[in-house]
Structures are given as structure tokens and as C-alpha cells.
Design a protein around this ligand. Structure first.
Ligand code: NDP
Length: 332
């Protein structure tokens, strides 16, 4: 793969211009380009510039509103609903998160339900932002079906990611952010293209048998959840929180509605914040630090989020796939 070094500001410009060229106004293009740039900065490459052609496709097909103006409604004193106005999720997050932080600082617990948006990004952006404000963050979202519930041979769940962030005073938060499928379908397709096997049980072939052949999963087969029925239960919970509770589309409904333009389907997101200061008391940070010290004293352990945070310290250019850069330039 040929790569071209790009400074972070040039990554932002490329994303911003591509989005603006297809109807995003300043607010919408800025929110998405910032999310994309942060993903490249942290080495979350699958949610960086790689996503721009999909974002643009959904603007071109008019599925997504590039001039969205999300708005907040208080459902209760500490449950807020963001009406996403059919825009990209980062815009709703920018509008909703400050209110979620305010209410959680008052009440100890806060919930943000985001409806009528299109999510195509990693979730750590939102949970980590909460942790940077000394709050615990939990977020999840559903996507179009590609994953079979435990026992089934057909997809019903999306790859349904969940993220959790724990704040640390004067340190970067501990953050995990993971799909509940064994692997992303994109990675399975790459393995099939390159002739590599995937771990046995990553998915099923079209006859419903477990396989390590990625081409049999990608062509008529289905992915499985991580951890068999345990991951399946978490994927189910995500459907219920991000769709049932938010009042937006379940994965199967998103598939029925989506125009398959290559961009993100419509859906909701569930975000919850908790204040350790109000719930655990003044000593929460020192207490948790003792636990983290125990964890990292064990050989082979690292804290989730550490890889990204180490990448972030590098202020230099990022090596971007040259073909991808050309593709995005051709969209401007
Ligand atoms: P990974 O399997 O790469 O990583 C999952 C988590 O595990 C990360 O927080 C990672 O931290 C942590 N981790 C990895 N290795 C270790 C280790 N050895 N020790 C401790 N922690 C570790 O992520 P996925 O492929 O499952 O998901 C990738 C992204 O895709 C996520 O950001 C997710 O939000 C996004 N996604 C978005 C969807 C959407 O609809 N918007 C749909 C599906 C996925 P670290 O980052 O530090 O490596």
C-alpha cells in the first residue's frame, strides 16, 4: 500500500472540503471533519478519512441532512433527548453533550438519547469527552444487521459497538470502545481478499456452519458475536438501549429503511453519564488508581485506550493511503 504523509490540519481540510462540496454547512462539516481528524490522530484509521466517501455518498443521495440543527428536549430533569434533524451523529453529540454534563453534575446520573442521526464513527469521542469532564461515560449504538444472535444462522444484530470511559485526575481516561461482533465485516472482507484465514468461529458459512474461511462468511454467511451467548446478550442490550429506549430504529428496521448508498443508516445512540464525585465520594480517584495500579502490575496487561493515547502524543504527519487521498480529492 502506498501512503502519503499528511499533517493533521491537512487531514481536517481534506475532510472539511469534501463534506462542504456536497452540501454540509460550516457547523456540520466542522463536527464531522473534527471527528475524522481525531480518529486519524489516534490511529482509529477505520473511522478516519476512510469513511469520507461513505459520508459523501449519503449527502449525495440526500439521505443525510448536511445542514442539520439538532435540538435538546428535557424528558425529565436528567434525561435529555437530542432530535438529530437527520444529520450526522457528531453534530448531535456536540449539541447534546454540554447539557448532559450539566445535568449529571447536578443529579449524579444523566441520560442522553440521540434520535434521527446517522452514526459512522467510533464511540470513544463521546465517552472520552465525558471522562475529560470527570464523569463516567457509557455509549452504544446499533447498525444494520450482519451478526447472528447466539443459536441463529441469520443476521439480526448490527456490529453494535459499546464504549465505556473512566475519568482519571491529571491522566488520560481509561476507555474501551468495541464492536460486539467477533470482527468487523470489513476486516473479514480484507482477509478474504488477501487469502488469509480468520479465527475459527468468527462467523458461519451459508450452510450455518462455523468456519475460518473469510470468503465463506463474507459471501452469504454471517458474523457471530464475541463470547458466544454472552456477547449476544450484550448486542441485544445495545439494540434495546439504542433503539428501544431511544425510540429509533432497531438494526433490522434500519436495513428496511436504508437506501444502501454506502453511507451510515439512520439510527439512534444511547449515552449515559455518572458522576463519581457525587456517587462514590471525594476519594473516588485515589481508590480507582489503586485498582489500576494492581492491573498494570500484572505482566502483559495494558489499559484500554492506551494505544490511542500514545498515538495522540505524536504531533507529526500521519501516513494516509495514497489512493484514498486521490479518491477524496476527486470528490471535491
Ligand atoms: P478493537 O477490537 O480494536 O478494540 C476494542 C477495545 O479494546 C479498544 O478500546 C482497545 O483499546 C482495547 N484493546 C485492544 N487490545 C487490548 C489489549 N491488549 N489490552 C487492553 N485493551 C485492549 O475494536 P473493534 O474492532 O471492536 O471496534 C473498532 C471501532 O469500531 C470502535 O471504535 C467502535 O466504536 C467502531 N464501530 C462503530 C460502529 C458504528 O456503527 N458507528 C459499528 C461498529 C464498530 P485501544 O484503542 O487502546 O487499542
Amino acid at each position: 500500500m502506498n501512503t502519503t504523509p499528511l499533517e493533521l490540519e491537512n487531514i481536517y481540510d481534506l475532510a472539511f472540503k469534501a463534506l462542504s462540496a456536497h452540501g454540509c454547512d460550516q457547523l456540520n462539516a466542522n463536527c464531522v471533519a473534527t471527528t475524522v481528524t481525531h480518529a486519524e490522530r489516534d490511529g482509529s484509521v477505520s473511522h478516519g478519512l476512510f469513511r469520507i466517501p461513505g459520508y459523501v455518498a449519503s449527502l449525495k443521495s440526500k439521505k443525510v441532512n448536511g445542514v442539520s440543527r439538532p435540538s435538546n428536549t428535557y424528558l425529565t430533569q436528567n434525561a435529555i433527548r437530542v432530535e438529530g434533524d437527520y444529520g450526522f451523529a457528531p453534530v448531535s453529540i456536540k449539541v447534546g453533550l454540554p447539557e448532559l454534563i450539566n445535568t449529571t453534575n447536578k443529579h449524579g446520573v444523566g441520560v442522553l438519547t440521540i434520535a434521527n442521526t446517522h452514526h459512522f464513527a467510533a464511540l470513544w469521542h463521546e465517552t472520552e469527552a465525558l471522562a475529560e469532564n470527570n464523569l463516567i461515560g457509557i455509549a452504544c449504538t446499533a447498525y444494520k444487521p450482519s451478526v447472528a444472535p447466539a443459536g441463529a444462522k441469520k443476521p439480526l444484530f448490527g456490529t453494535n459497538p459499546i464504549s465505556f470511559a473512566w475519568p482519571r485526575k491529571n491522566k488520560t481516561p481509561v476507555v474501551y470502545d468495541m464492536a460486539t461482533s467477533t470482527m468487523a465485516m470489513g476486516e473479514v472482507q480484507v482477509a478474504a481478499r488477501d487469502g488469509h484465514k480468520v479465527p475459527f468461529g468468527t462467523g458461519l458459512n451459508k450452510e450455518g456452519e462455523k468456519t475460518d474461511d473469510p470468503s465463506k462468511i463474507a459471501n452469504g454467511g454471517v458474523l457471530l458475536t464475541f463470547g458466544d451467548y454472552k456477547g449476544s446478550a450484550i448486542a441485544m442490550m445495545i439494540e434495546l438501549l439504542a433503539a428501544g429506549l431511544v425510540g429509533d430504529l432497531f438494526s433490522f428496521e434500519a436495513k428496511e429503511e436504508d437506501n444502501n448508498d454506502g453511507g451510515p443508516a439512520r439510527g439512534g445512540e444511547f449515552i449515559m453519564a455518572l458522576s463519581p464525585e457525587l456517587i462514590a465520594g471525594k476519594n473516588w480517584n485515589e481508590h480507582a488508581e489503586k485498582f489500576f495500579a494492581q492491573m498494570i502490575s500484572l505482566d502483559g496487561v495494558r489499559l484500554p485506550g492506551q494505544r490511542r493515547h500514545t498515538n495522540r502524543e505524536d504531533k507529526g504527519p500521519r501516513n494516509i493511503n495514497s489512493d484514498l487521498i486521490e479518491k477524496i480529492k476527486s470528490l471535491i
